[in-house]
Design a binder for this molecule. Structure first.
Ligand code: CP
Length: 322
């Protein structure tokens, strides 16, 4: 594995899950594997779980970790080539990336969609600049269109809690006051389409996701119908992907808030959300506090998914031959 941006980077998914569950039993089994190696985590956007879990995963493997919050204390970075830098941005990312790469062996990048230009976002311009100019393995820690560390943790969680060989997993849109990226639902769809599950996506019309992530998944516009006999409900808000509404909120319908009303028609489904979550917008207090809520173990699995990815990335580079 050279970089980690999507489900295909993991290769055989069953083997990746098996490795994750083994690491979970003894997360310090490889505590010397990455000694004297350094993980640099670069954040263009805020984070709680990704920041802590990825750092902890690196520490479990014996790594040193450095966190850089680009917008707090670093020079403001210009990310577009060809601009005359006469504004407030002091440094260009094309110098900053190779400089940062000098100080580390592996780079994680968080860089959300900016919603100014759909092709700029969907070409993963910032993440790909890190891949192209750092010369180091790169992990998407939620970039413009994907959040594969989250989706892998979600899959591990489903594997741990599923009661049938092929559970029904429903990803539902839910309302939110701010326009959010499509990265989490894109990656969740990417993983569910490869996993052995019955996968259904439900959302109001106009919230269709990019076809390269939806692929053959069933789309159901009737949320109650989608929830019938579901084993897992995965709630998430996202803004519109389709033009001309890219990056915009086109519904705030509270009927889509996940409550006991919808959960009643499921097969006593587990409730999942990547967090942070807006209570009583995305999900009611009753559902998120119920015994069926997996949001805390799901977040705990972020450490495990990151540890598998870091271990594989560093094991497959030439670092250990130097
Ligand atoms: N789920 C997730 O990525 O959380 P943070 O944004 O807090 O890192």
């Amino acid at each position: 594995m050279k970089n980690y941006t999507n489900v295909k980077d993991l290769g055989n998914l069953q083997e990746a899950i098996k490795e994750a569950l083994e690491i979970k039993k003894n997360r310090y089994a490889y505590k010397h594997l990455c000694e004297n190696k350094t993980l640099l985590m670069v954040f263009f956007n805020a984070s709680l779980r990704t920041r802590l879990s990825t750092q902890k995963a690196g520490m479990n493997l014996g790594m040193n970790t450095i966190v850089l919050d680009v917008n707090q204390g670093a020079w403001k970075l210009e990310t577009e080539r060809g601009v005359i830098m006469d504004g407030d941005k002091s440094e260009h990312i094309l110098e900053a990336i190779p400089v940062m790469a000098n100080y580390c062996d592996l780079i994680g990048v968080r860089s959300f969609a900016q919603f100014e230009n759909k092709s700029y976002d969907y070409q993963e311009t910032i993440l790909n600049q890190f891949i192209q100019y750092s010369g180091k393995p790169v992990i998407s820690m939620e970039s413009a269109t994907v959040h594969p560390l989250q989706a892998f943790a979600d899959l591990i969680t489903i594997e741990e809690y599923k009661k049938t060989v092929r559970p029904k997993v429903v990803m539902t849109w839910a309302p939110h006051p701010k326009a959010l990226p499509q990265a989490v639902p894109n990656s969740f769809a990417d993983f569910m389409n490869e996993a052995d599950v019955e996968f259904v996506i439900t959302h109001p019309e106009g919230y269709e996701l990019a076809p390269q992530f939806v692929r053959g998944a069933r789309i159901e516009y009737d949320q109650m119908k989608a929830f019938e006999n579901a084993d897992f409900i995965y709630a998430k808000n996202w803004s519109a992907y389709q033009d001309p509404n890219y990056g915009k909120i086109i519904s705030t319908d509270k009927n889509w808030t996940v409550s006991n009303r919808q959960m009643a028609v499921t097969n006593q489904a587990y409730f999942m959300h990547c967090l942070p979550v807006r209570r009583n917008m995305i999900v009611t207090d009753e559902v998120i506090e119920s015994p069926q809520s997996l949001v805390i173990p799901e977040a705990a699995n972020r450490e495990i998914s990151a540890q598998v990815v870091i271990k594989r990335l560093l094991s497959s580079t030439k670092l250990f031959e130097l």
